[in-house]
Design a protein around this ligand. Structure first.
Ligand SMILES: Nc1ncnc2c1ncn2[C@@H]1O[C@H](COP(=O)(O)OP(=O)(O)OP(=O)(O)O)[C@@H](O)[C@H]1O
Length: 635
């Protein structure tokens, strides 16, 4: 019988793949394939006037050359819903290739939104995710090397295209490459608007410093960041100190609280002060804090680079950012935004896997954030170690390859739609292929190529660049700010200097030319005190009062300071010198260092018996132009 003649027209343009064989039930069938079929291919069968979609689960080739395929029935589309058939398909039915429309309709695929890739089995079918779903939280879960940070980069690009403000907690400093177009793309490469902040700008020298305000900190917040748990008497001391400060009615800082605590009449204050000193030493708080509103700008990714930040400071940063930004969001002071957390198991650990300061606030955001337009993105290679209360609130899940049984269990417990077949498929996904869960059916997706450069590549011996730590004068402006303000592709260069010092004199010698760049005599004890107060903006009369000295003494000190070249002759103001600029340690690469041409011995000729130290002066250069970030001017 000529099968094609007996078929209605609508069937004719679909490719026949084979015929059902053996027993059929409502969930699966087997068919003898006459065309090539592969694992996970979508196929279709007509039953009771409806097209049923199924997916090949296994293909077997028999010794006689016959190919048998097993397919799981997904269902049919009816009134906007995918339904499982209640009647069995007729044995002997013909199995066809499934067309794009049937697949897209039955799987309930979106046809617009964030384009993350294509259906793994059908490259012509693009996979989109509804952008509003990102305020209902999402998770990217995968074992190391499966493509987790690559996919997170793709999601970030798509969110930035939709003008979302995004904040990324980046423990390894791998997301700043979002600003660089992907060099592996022949067309469509693109860099994005990125700002980088870090609590540790010594190591992350390209980042702007991230500092928090300690003005009027509430008791609850203070108790969260104090590293030790307090005794009742310590609580009492803190309570009294805060009460007294509030009664005064003025703004108060962490230092004011410490002063007030030290004035309390209780021995419990000493340990409390000790704990508070640790917060102060973390360097996270400042009188000139980062304006948190600057962290959220539509269409911009703000990266919180936590590379080389101590674990305690990392925790405190995550807690303070989540807490304060959620508060600001609730009061509509910042736009709706998405906060992405790499290594999320460290910020919201599951019980039994440690504690984190940010646990409670992240649970709160997970359950309430969507009401206020704060979506969180949980990215982790250890799903089993993430707080279930947080994980289960993630409405959309992107699961790449995961093979650890505990992690698989955590995934199937937290999310719907993870059948045992999906579980086994997750263990064998190739890199860059993920399941998108959260819709009607888990969709196996080939993640698209990135528009911007992927920064998470494992470092190899060839691309290893040794870092050399140098003592460097602290730039007033960081390189990113200068790049943005002056719209130039500036790179940093460290100019070599020698600092020579005896008990009386200090000089700075140019490490290339060998000449003296700055010189001055050192102030004596009392002169130093006067100079310091002068630098802090005090008037002569105020200094006389504070140090408690006669006017005659003050005049002789002034004379001596003029003679040493430390203050101006015509006005009692300190002379500015590069010798007063603060020093910081910086990690530089070999090409960033300008070579010394003068050796230490030659430099020492300028000042016999001096202690010599190598220092560096930073310059930012772009083509022919050179910018001095200490004097803040173009040279
Ligand atoms: N969709 C993709 N397209 C092309 N290459 C990809 C894709 N996904 C991943 N890769 C490649 O696989 C490598 C590993 O991916 P990625 O860095 O995202 O892994 P990871 O899961 O984040 O691992 P780790 O936990 O070690 O950071 C990448 O360097 C990239 O080259």
């Amino acid at each position: 019988m000529d099968l094609r003649r007996t078929l209605p027209d609508e069937l004719l343009d679909r490719m026949q793949l084979g015929t059902i064989e053996g027993e059929v039930d409502t969930s699966a069938f087997k068919f003898r394939a006459v065309e090539d079929v592969g694992k996970f291919d979508f196929v279709s069968v007509k039953s009771n006037e409806r097209w049923i979609l199924a997916q090949v689960e296994e293909v077997t080739k028999k010794p006689d050359g016959e190919t048998l395929a097993e397919a799981n029935i997904i269902g049919y589309r009816d009134k906007g819903l995918t339904k499982a058939p209640r009647q069995v398909i007729e044995p002997d039915s013909i199995v066809y290739e499934a067309d794009q429309e049937l697949i897209a309709e039955t799987l309930g695929l979106e046809d617009a939104g964030l384009g993350i890739g294509n259906l793994e089995t059908n490259p012509d079918i693009d996979i989109f995710v509804d952008e509003s779903d990102f305020y209902k939280h999402f998770a990217v879960l995968a074992q190391t090397g499966a493509g987790k940070s690559y996919l997170t980069g793709v999601l970030t690009e798509e969110l930035l295209e939709q003008e979302f403000p995004i904040l990324i907690l980046d423990p390894h400093g791998e997301y700043s490459s979002l600003e660089i177009p992907n060099p592996e793309r022949s067309e469509g490469a693109k860099g994005y608007d990125v700002r980088e902040f870090s609590p540790n700008t010594d190591v992350n020298s390209e980042a702007m410093p991230l500092r928090f305000s300690s003005v009027n900190m509430e008791k609850k917040e203070l108790l969260e960041v104090i590293p030790d748990s307090l005794t009742n008497s310590q609580m009492g001391v803190l309570y009294n100190a805060l009460k007294r400060l509030r009664e005064k009615g003025d703004d108060y800082t962490l230092n004011d609280i410490m002063d007030a605590v030290s004035q309390e009449d209780s021995t419990a204050k000493w340990n409390l002060l000790n704990s508070m000193e640790q917060i102060e030493e973390s360097g996270l708080f400042s009188e000139t804090p980062t304006n948190l509103k600057d962290l959220l700008e539509p269409g911009r990714a703000t990266i919180i680079n936590l590379k080389a930040v101590e674990p305690e400071a990392t925790e405190m940063t995550a807690y303070l950012l989540a807490k304060r930004l959620f508060d600001l969001r609730k009061r509509d002071r910042v736009p709706p935004f998405v906060m992405l957390m790499e290594e999320a198991h460290n910020f919201a650990p599951e019980q039994g896997f440690g504690k984190a300061l940010s646990s409670e606030i992240l649970r709160k955001i997970a359950s309430e954030g969507r009401k206020f337009g704060l979506g969180i993105g949980v990215v982790s290679q250890r799903p089993a170690r993430i707080d279930k209360n947080v994980l289960s609130q993630c409405n959309t899940q992107f699961i790449l390859r995961v093979s650890n049984p505990n992690d698989i269990k955590a995934i199937s417990k937290s999310f719907e739609g993870v059948t045992s077949e999906v579980e086994s498929m997750i263990t064998s996904l190739p890199p860059g292929v993920c399941f998108v869960l959260g819709n009607e059916y888990p969709v196996m997706t080939q993640v698209r190529q990135r528009y911007s450069k992927h920064g998470g590549t494992t470092q190899t011996a060839e691309d290893y660049e040794q870092k050399i730590t140098v003592d460097c004068y602290l730039p007033q402006e960081d390189i990113d700010t200068v790049r943005q303000k002056r719209d130039g592709d500036y790179t940093i260069a460290y100019y070599p200097l020698y600092h020579l010092e005896t008990d009386d004199v200090e000089i700075l010698v140019d490490g290339v030319e060998g000449d003296v760049k700055a010189e001055r005599k050192k102030p004596s004890g009392l002169e130093k005190q006067v100079l310091e107060k002068l630098r802090n903006g005090l008037e002569k009369s105020e200094i006389v009062n504070e140090i408690d000295m006669t006017l005659t003494k003050m005049s002789s000190i002034q004379e001596s300071l003029v003679e040493k070249g430390l203050v101006h002759e015509d006005r009692f103001e300190p002379k500015e010198s590069v010798l007063d600029v603060d020093l910081v340690e910086r990690d530089a690469t070999e090409p960033e260092l300008i070579d010394y041409k003068i050796d230490e011995k030659t430099a020492r000729n300028h000042l016999e018996g001096a202690k010599v130290r190598k220092l560096r002066y930073p310059y930012y250069s772009s083509g022919d132009s050179v910018y001095d970030p200490i004097l803040n001017k173009q040279l």
